[in-house]
Design a protein around this ligand. Structure first.
Ligand code: NI
Length: 175
């Protein structure tokens, strides 16, 4: 069974704010399962719904403890600082050193519809913040300083990201 195709930089869906999830029904669980499959196919550690064209506030992730999903996530607390070479499934082949908080607490709704609180440090905290950005239409490019961003956008103009996505290499963890 094939997963979704991942939308790449330039697709307007990546710049829009996703809408709250109001009901977790069988159809939505099906979307979640296909997202997990898509994430694994692309060797990603996190995938937000807008990246597969679904305008809902939810993301899947797996940093080595099995697939997880959270609906309507919000940051409750973020502390410290951690520098990490970040990649994104929607910007294949590109990675940038980005400073973000180290210890991140988020709240949201779990697959059973219950409120949940999750805490992530280092990579997991990074996944939470990166995917939350996707739900707000924010890409890692928007986290760069203006010069670096300009340089990255110039480079991106000359790259066929869809081709890069087909030739994906799992050298950097993509979120
Ligand atoms: Ni991403």
């Amino acid at each position: 069974m094939a997963g979704y195709s991942i939308r790449v930089f330039g697709d307007p869906v990546l710049k829009q704010r996703a809408k709250d999830v109001t009901e977790i029904d069988g159809a939505l669980v099906g979307v979640v399962n296909t997202m997990v499959e898509t994430m694994y196919e692309a060797a990603g550690v996190g995938l937000a719904a807008p990246q597969v064209g679904v305008q809902k506030r939810m993301f899947t992730y797996d940093v080595g403890e099995g697939p997880q999903v959270i609906f309507n996530p919000e940051v409750a607390e973020a502390e410290g600082e951690w520098t990490y070479e970040e990649g994104c499934l929607s910007i294949p082949g590109f990675h940038f050193e980005i400073v973000r908080p180290n210890l991140v607490t988020i709240t949201g709704i779990d697959i059973d519809g219950n409120p949940t609180t999750l805490q992530g440090e280092e990579l997991l905290g990074r996944v939470f913040l990166h995917e939350l950005d996707h739900l707000d239409g924010v890409l890692m490019l928007d986290r760069l300083d203006p010069d670096e961003r300009k340089r990255a956008l110039r480079e991106l103009r000359d790259v066929d990201l869809n081709a890069a996505a087909r030739e994906r290499v799992a050298d950097v963890r993509q979120l």
